[in-house]
Design a protein. Structure first.
Ligand SMILES: [Fe+2]
Length: 298
């Protein structure tokens, strides 16, 4: 979640020989095959047909601003020229899992790390590791929005602090329930802005339309205490009233006393409803109940 793994799940303890000291590598755009570009185009067309009216306006605007409708996998050099102009962010390729401090340092300096591989044509619907479609289509349009761009930088700085405090587990939940799986109130309805949803055909519908998950108004302390699952559609979605509010809460809150306060409180189990929750949907959890096997919970 916090890093960009490659398909073989390479884990390095120092930058590999072909990487720079900050772990970045060349995207090597000319190496993509026609089949890989075609996979991007298939995924892009499918999501773009479904997302109008479902995705947040900021996401749809980002797709336009960044000219993502151009055929084929985006070339980071071209993409970055537009993104830098819009919000001062850039996308950088990395060779696999990068250490947390490297990941946060990139975010704090307005660099979003992305894998450069794309899923195989038989993996359109399910992929455990984030590929370039997830990382670029899912994440980068929101980075063209100034409010979200500032939020992500603040998150990176917060990540470096969380490493000092030993509270990475708690902070990672904020990323999960906003950057990856966040919902937003907009035009008197719910829309999606989380990258894990907008890049998934199935979850784009499920997150908004299913009776199964809980939909709960965002509360920072509550989110920092809430476990999440990484192996299926989410059982909770947290809803922000707007991007300004998300940025405001993140920038204005001193997280250290919050971490100290919640250190003595129990984690909140997935799907558990607690006192103080502002529930928009009390989910049936039918989808989760129908799945066999144990959930993979973090
Ligand atoms: Fe992601």
């Amino acid at each position: 979640m916090l890093s960009a793994p490659d398909p073989e799940n390479h884990v390095y303890d120092k930058p590999p020989a072909h990487a720079n000291a900050d772990w970045t590598i060349d995207q090597n755009w000319p190496a993509y095959t026609d089949e890989e570009h075609a996979t991007w185009d298939t995924l892009f067309a499918r999501q773009c047909k479904m997302l109008p009216g479902r995705a947040a306006q900021a996401f749809m605007d980002g797709v336009d601003i960044l000219q993502l409708s151009k055929a084929g996998i985006p070339d980071f050099d071209e993409l970055n020229r537009i993104l830098m102009d819009a919000t001062g962010w850039q996308v950088v390729a990395v060779p696999g899992l990068v250490p947390d401090d490297v990941f946060f340092d990139h975010l704090a300096n307005r660099r979003f790390v992305s894998g450069n591989f794309i899923r195989k044509p038989d993996q359109l619907d399910y992929l455990q590791e984030p590929d370039i479609f997830h990382d670029v289509f899912g994440h980068v349009p929101m980075l063209a929005d100034q409010r979200f761009a500032d939020y992500m930088e603040a998150y990176g700085r917060g990540g470096l602090r969380a490493l000092e405090f030993g509270t990475l587990k708690q902070l990672a939940r904020l990323y999960w329930y906003t950057v990856e799986f966040g919902l937003i109130q907009e035009a008197e309805e719910l829309r999606i802005y989380g990258a894990g949803i907008v890049s998934s055909y199935g979850e784009s519908k499920f997150a908004l339309e299913s009776d199964s998950p809980n939909r709960i108004m965002f509360d920072l302390e509550r989110v920092l205490r809430t476990e999440y699952r990484i192996d299926d559609f989410q059982q909770n979605y947290f809803v922000i009233p707007g991007l300004e509010e998300l940025l405001r809460v993140t920038v204005e809150t001193d997280f250290k006393p919050v971490y100290e306060k919640i250190a003595d409180m129990p984690d909140i189990a997935i799907a558990e409803i607690v006192e103080g929750d502002e529930l928009l949907t009390h989910g049936t959890q039918d989808h989760a109940s129908a799945q066999s096997g144990d959930a993979v919970i973090i």
